[in-house]
Design a protein around this ligand. Structure first.
Ligand SMILES: [Zn+2]
Length: 311
């Protein structure tokens, strides 16, 4: 059995996972960061809690995997986005509390590993998961091995618009500046400002806020402004997706993150159409399937648990 730990910006989740990828038990706690040593102790304690809840014992564990929002290098956390971990030897610190093999991974990579074994990527050898969130994360598995290593993939920072909008990374025109959930929300807000008559306003009110669902809900109700926002967003999403497909030629690309739950006819169907028209495979060769990720929030836990199989 394995434990996978998903370190989020505000919560820690640990799951006990069997060899088939079934989540047997899960434990969670809020993240209160008070230093790397205490953080490692918290993670070990949470792992043991998941083990106990699943009716197992620490001796039953083969390994623990930890997915983090940042970059890792072997047993070291190089940096994380929301937690002040910089060059922290997390594997060593963790093993002071629970001495079993520990694997570290980037969270987008873990989502890809989870989907690869238990979700949308089952049966593939070459597979990519694009996670649409605050930014865009891409987990890339080729020939059954996770790619990127220490740096993890920064596919969200390939430019789809030379000289375009300024990204947090300092470059202009990055894909995530146009096709992340954050970007979709900004595009929705801009359309609302320009079109006070649009049904986007009612949709936002019904949802309690402008979020990644607003444009899709209003578009479903037939609002023209919302439809235009969705079409433009899918164009942006397709731009980067097509480039990834042209470079990597995977068997499948799965789209994950909250935005991926949008109605099929407004997101995945038009995305597939554009990719089909634009990907190089229209000239021949392997055609990549574009699918929805299947595991939702569990992908990170299951993927972290199975990191040892793809590193
Ligand atoms: Zn960037």
């Amino acid at each position: 059995m394995f434990v996978g730990i998903d370190v989020g910006g505000t919560n820690l989740k640990a799951g006990l996972v069997d060899g088939e990828g079934r989540l047997l038990a899960a434990a969670r706690r809020p993240l209160h960061f008070s230093g790397a040593e205490a953080f490692a102790a918290d993670l070990a304690e949470l792992a043991l809690q998941a083990v106990r809840q699943g009716g197992a014992a620490p001796e039953d564990l083969e390994s623990v995997g930890i997915g983090l929002p940042g970059a890792v290098d072997g047993g070291e956390v190089v940096y994380t986005a929301n937690i002040p971990l910089k060059h922290v030897p997390l594997e060593r610190l963790f093993r002071q509390h629970l001495d079993i093999p520990v694997y570290l991974g980037n969270d987008a990579d873990c989502a890809a590993v989870g989907e690869f074994f238990c979700g949308a990527g089952r049966g593939c050898r070459d597979f990519v998961v694009v996670t649409l969130g605050t930014g865009i994360g891409a987990g890339i598995i080729l020939n059954g091995r996770l790619q990127g290593g220490a740096a993890s993939s920064e596919a969200g920072h390939m430019a789809i618009m030379q000289g375009g909008e300024l990204c947090n990374c300092g470059r202009r025109g990055c894909w995530e500046r146009y096709a992340s959930a954050t970007a979709l929300i900004a595009q929705t807000r801009a359309a609302m400002e320009a079109h006070p008559e649009s049904g986007l306003h009612a949709a936002a009110e019904a949802l309690g806020a402008v979020d990644g669902r607003t444009a899709f809900q209003a578009a479903l109700a037939g609002d023209e402004t919302a439809l235009a926002v969705c079409r433009q967003y899918v164009e942006y999403l397709a731009g980067g997706t097509t480039s990834l497909i042209n470079i990597l030629r995977p068997e499948a690309v799965a789209i994950g993150g909250g935005v991926a739950a949008a109605p099929e006819q407004l997101l995945l169907e038009p995305l597939r159409r554009i990719v089909e028209q634009e990907a190089y495979a229209r000239h021949g060769g392997r055609v990549t399937r574009v699918v929805r990720a299947e595991l939702g929030n569990d992908a990170g836990i299951i993927g972290a648990a199975f990191l040892e199989k793809v590193l």
